[in-house]
Design a protein around this ligand. Structure first.
Ligand code: GUN
Length: 288
């Protein structure tokens, strides 16, 4: 089994992004900027937001983090988003999820200008995933998975790809990206009966379940490629994925580790979307 080194592949990809940033700065005389809004005190979100800021700055971009208290009214958040939509120095806006329960995630996602929606969550950008050649942005985690597969030379055309999880952030857009590359895609979820019958048929198995070590060797086809989007804590508090990595071992042909697999690619794709947003903004200005 080959372990897919997401950290190394991400580092390679980010070099390309840093070059695009340098080209942008010399062409337009300003530095692209991502603004991240975090509402409340979710400890995991704090780590994710800090990592996004560090990665942006490492690629030569600016990154602002706006921290708002847990009790922030939805209307206050929406006003802040409206202000950022109108601020020409801001290229990308990302509101870290989850939000406190009194705020509607859908309302917030829809409030972000589609041209600054580097998460690719706005319905207009999500809809463009039906016609990828028209899309400005790709959803970060699914796009990161596709980059990992491409990097390893894994052709998905005609293969059985099984996605476990149907979230708007990972499962649904993942299915669309795999379909665009001509995989035969099955989406399974918490109500799927006889899940193992599906997973055992997968040449490519993408796991976005959120349950530690949920997928074991008996649920996996010999030689399968396993892409693990899960980020869980095991019984000892150690980070682990949805797949039982040690149990599956050489039954898989390729597998992503947790941490160090898909995670670093998600941020990498966010950086790529931010520089794409910046170029698109400048090109709109000159009417290209
Ligand atoms: N929370 C967990 N993953 C994500 C993500 O990709 N984007 C945002 N905005 N919030 C998240």
């Amino acid at each position: 089994m080959k372990i897919i080194d997401g950290k190394a592949i991400a580092a390679e990809h980010r070099e390309g992004t840093a070059k695009r940033v340098a080209e942008f700065v010399s062409k337009y005389g300003r530095t692209p900027k991502l603004t991240v809004i975090k509402v409340g005190n979710d400890p995991a979100s704090a780590v994710y937001v800090r990592n996004k800021k560090i990665a942006c700055e490492a690629a030569g971009m600016l990154s602002d983090v706006i921290e708002m208290p847990e009790e922030t009214a939805e209307s206050t958040l929406l006003s802040k988003i409206a202000e950022l939509n109108g601020d020409a120095s801001v290229d990308g806006i990302l509101v870290q999820l989850p939000l406190p329960r009194h705020i509607s995630e859908r309302a917030v996602i829809k409030a972000i200008s589609p041209s600054k929606d580097v998460d690719c969550f706005h319905p207009q950008n999500a809809g463009l995933l039906f016609n990828l050649d028209e899309a400005t942005f790709l959803p970060c985690t699914p796009a990161g998975v596709m980059e990992l597969l491409r990097h390893e030379g894994i052709d998905v055309c005609g293969k059985n790809a099984v996605v476990v999880g149907r979230s708007n952030i990972v499962g649904k857009p993942m299915a669309l990206l795999l379909l665009a590359e001509n995989a035969t895609v099955t989406v399974c979820h918490s109500r799927t009966k006889n899940l193992a019958e599906y997973t055992r048929n997968a040449d490519i198995l993408v796991l976005a379940v959120g349950k530690a070590k949920f997928v074991t060797a008996d649920m996996v086809k010999d030689g399968a490629v396993i892409i693990d989007v899960g980020m869980n804590r095991d019984e000892n508090g150690k980070l682990c994925g949805d797949a039982d990595f040690a149990d599956i071992g050489d039954k898989a042909s390729y597998m992503t580790p947790v941490p160090g697999g898909v995670g670093p690619m998600t941020i990498t794709m966010l950086l790529a979307n931010t520089i794409s947003a910046a170029f698109a903004a400048e090109e709109r200005k000159i009417g290209k």
